[in-house]
Design a protein around this ligand. Structure first.
Ligand code: NDP
Ligand code: N5H
Length: 255
């Protein structure tokens, strides 16, 4: 097993222990990395802090960062710079769309809902990369999370599919832009996982069942599998890979 000892990573988007960001945090923690966590608003600090205390390593730095607010993002990375100086990577595990726009007719998507989904789920990667870049003085790796619904039409994913397509292309433009600084930018396209975001999706059980029946590996994706894929993308082992989307979805995307 390789080690990430002495390396520092920022994890954005832990809501609770089911979050994919938490799977990533656990994999990086096991590899000996130093972790910094960001959460959306002050009221989320306590639950995230309680979770972080269960990790093997001691990770003290938790900061608020609402990605819709430029000043918040700048202040967050300024503080990280002051506290640790250099970072080696960042996991962007953030998305949001209005519940009412995640079912029904896509043509009913509102202007406000369209812009909100793109602001939080897509533009946030670019603004975060801009502020993380000066801290990646020895190169770095940025990893975001995407879903198949950004490549092809998946029932009810609706506005999130369009936002993920924008996110996927942002990964490629950012990879091209930041590659000269030895900063790599990649996405993991995860299979469906029951997280807080997935809560309220009415037919989630049937989505999971379809994967069990049809995906090449005949099983659903786990938080740990995505965590270990991120670990690879954050490690020296993936040093030649940028602008890529790795599907960690039991192979479902080939069907
Ligand atoms: P979670 O609900 O656990 O995580 C979503 C996170 O987005 C939360 O931590 C939430 O923060 C954060 N967030 C929302 N709005 C903002 C904001 N304005 N500023 C900062 N953070 C914000 O769900 P997942 O782990 O499932 O989602 C993580 C990523 O994985 C998303 O990009 C999602 O699209 C993607 N993904 C998920 C799949 C799944 O099946 N679950 C499949 C493929 C991709 P807070 O709680 O503090 O509001
Ligand atoms: C095809 C599907 C099922 C239908 C679509 C689901 C889309 C989910 C993604 C978005 C991000 C979920 C979302 O924004 C939920 C919010 O409206 C309400 N929830 C919240 O506000 C909670 C409290 C917070 C923590 O959530 C966020 N996001 O801040 C897709 C599924 C098969 C796979 C999937 C679930 C993909 C994905 O992108 O997450």
């Amino acid at each position: 097993m390789f080690t990430l000892e002495g390396k520092t990573f920022v994890i954005m988007g832990v809501a609770n222990k089911r979050s994919i960001a938490w799977g990533i945090a656990q994999s990086l923690d096991k590899a000996g990395a130093n972790l910094i966590f960001t959460y959306a608003g002050q009221r989320f600090e306590k639950p995230v802090r309680d979770l972080v205390e269960t990790l093997e390593g001691k990770h003290d730095l938790l900061l608020p960062c609402d990605v819709t607010n430029d000043e918040d993002v700048k202040a967050c990375f300024d503080e990280i710079g002051k506290r640790v100086g250099k970072i080696d990577g960042l996991a962007h595990c953030i998305a949001f769309a209005k519940t009412e726009e995640l079912s029904g007719n896509f043509s009913d998507t509102s202007r406000e809902g369209f812009l909100l989904a793109h602001n939080i789920s897509s533009f946030s990667l670019t603004v975060v990369a801009k502020h993380a870049k000066p801290l990646m003085t020895e190169g770095g790796s940025i990893v975001t999370l995407t879903y198949l619904g950004g490549e092809r039409v998946v029932p009810n994913y609706n506005i999130m599919g369009v936002a993920k397509a924008s996110l996927d292309m942002s990964v490629r433009y950012l990879a091209n832009d930041l590659g000269q600084h030895n900063i790599r930018v990649n996405a993991i396209s995860a299979g469906p996982i029951r997280t807080l975001s997935a809560k309220g999706v009415s037919d989630f059980n049937s989505v999971l069942k379809e994967i069990e029946e049809r995906a090449p590996l005949r099983r659903n994706t786990t938080q740990e599998e995505v965590g270990d894929t991120a670990l690879f993308l954050f490690s020296h082992l993936s040093r030649g890979i940028t602008g890529e989307t790795i599907h960690c979805d039991s192979g479902y995307h080939i069907l």
